[in-house]
Design a protein around this ligand. Sequence first.
Ligand code: ATP
Length: 435
Amino acid sequence: MAAKDLDQIVNLCKRRGFVYPSAEIYGGFRSSYDYGPLGSVMLRNVKDAWLRTMVQMRDDVVLIDAAILGPPQMYEASGHLANFSDPLIDCTVCKRRFREDHLETRDCPQSMKGCEFTAPRAFNLMFKTHAGPIEGSGADVYMRPETAQGMFVNFMNVLQTSRKKPPFGIAQVGKSFRNEITPGNFIFRTREFEQMELEFFVPPEEGPKWYKYWCEERLNWYINLGIPAEMLRMRPHESDELSHYSAGTSDVEFLFPWGWGELEGIAQRTNFDLTQHAQFSGQKLDYFDQTTNERYVPFVVEPAAGANRTMAAFLLAAYDEDIVNDEPRTVLRLHPRLAPYKVAILPLSKKDTLTPLAKEIFATLSAHYMVDYDETQAIGRRYRRQDEIGTPYCVTVDFDSLEDGAVTIRERDTTEQTRVPIADLLPELQRRLKF
Ligand code: ATP
């Protein structure tokens, strides 16, 4: 059973330290969020899971980390200055603003019937700031609205230094910024967010083949990390939805409590970006294939995912309520790779006699995994807390442990308990956590 209501996750996130409203003591800051002790680790796990699949386990993808601030010329070439806008409309009655393409009818959702919308205006989503002490058009810089342009402008650098040749990819994970007209739905749409993007450069005729390949790969990534297949779908864009650079895009969508929403777009960007940057910069951005003696501008297939949205989807899908020992419990059935803590060490009592052994076990395990250590409150309540934050295994140290040198492993999903010798604990957990 997944969460039916977004509030179930929003409340859990606040209560347990996953996600807080940003600058909360000042009343919160415009749909921005801060990731707490558990959320920051989980967000990192989402990004690490992506990097593992998309970079580490492939010999045809390399990683870069490009600058967030960029010059206007770069965004003129990419088309973002002219085209990266949403249609903004105002309701003249309630004064609220909407994205025209998000409204299902011509009635304002807030006002009474009869209200009137202004004509749509193109609102550019890029954040502009200035570099250096003097403001003025010469000092304008933009915060990146996607990480993608960093890969295109470094195409030659990477090609020359990495010894890769098409088909190959450049990946990047990092913050992007969009001045969204209607942020909302918790961390689904914010003005500052993290993207996980791959630009995969291929010989032009191989574009369709790789597009199909990446659509399948990316859908499977979510399924392999525990999202039920029936909560996911692949939706091809209609021709009037396509971005200015795209010859075909499909979105991986997740069934959020409010309906289907995009987690990731897989786009055929053709040779648009490399051609534009070559033209605007005056630099050659192509590839000479020595085996065929042909020079060409590679086509690009781009799987572009959002880390925060994806984290929200993993939380919603993992949320469950069941009955254990006649009591209701909330449990996050997160894939172990995504769970903030893999193991929690729980000494049965706070007494000095158990602490040294429990701390010793913590020291051994924490060299391998993120491990929580919790010695306060009744053991049942501590199990519930770990269930609620998705910790796959609890290790209980009790008074018998001092005598028999063994501890109890408790499994989150089944609540099954097994006694294991301390000497076998790490290999046993490694066997169970083989993810
Ligand atoms: P949307 O239609 O929801 O505005 P998009 O199609 O503009 O999204 P892309 O440009 O394809 O999004 O960006 C790739 C991914 O980045 C999205 O699938 C999403 O996961 C993430 N993303 C984009 N905008 C935001 C945002 N404002 N907040 C959080 N994540 C975002």
